[in-house]
Design a protein. Structure first.
Length: 121
């Protein structure tokens, strides 16, 4: 499951490898990532179009009751933003590895598998 920052990087010309990774794998995103990325007020029309196209190729996982409960548990357990809690909870509920550049935002959640493709690992 892709974090919001991976989508932003993938839309940039310099990160062709991320676009290939997304194209070659069965990727999904949390609905919160769609809101975060497309809701950014400084998106240019060409960036918005590229991102809309990217979202069109991904499975968008909804905010379910199970995700809401897990988000609440995560926020009660540790300090994290609402967006990060929903993204982490979505990955956990669906049993997905979270693909993110910001692994520090999610470290300390023992059951959450993380992968930073920009770190080469």
């Amino acid at each position: 499951m892709l974090d919001s920052n991976i989508l932003i990087y993938a839309a940039q010309p310099a990160h062709h490898a991320l676009r290939e990774l997304i194209r070659d794998r069965d990727c999904s995103v949390s609905v919160i990532s769609r809101i975060e990325v497309l809701g950014f007020h400084r998106l240019k029309p060409d960036e918005r179009n590229a991102l809309e196209s990217l979202f069109g190729a991904l499975e968008i996982l909804p905010l379910s009751e199970a995700v809401a409960r897990e988000s609440i548990r995560l926020r009660q357990w540790r300090s994290m933003s609402l967006g990060d809690a929903v993204i982490a909870a979505t990955a956990l509920v669906h049993g997905h590895t979270l693909v993110t550049r910001n692994t520090d935002d999610f470290n300390g959640i023992p059951e959450l598998k993380l992968w930073n493709p920009l770190a080469g690992g």
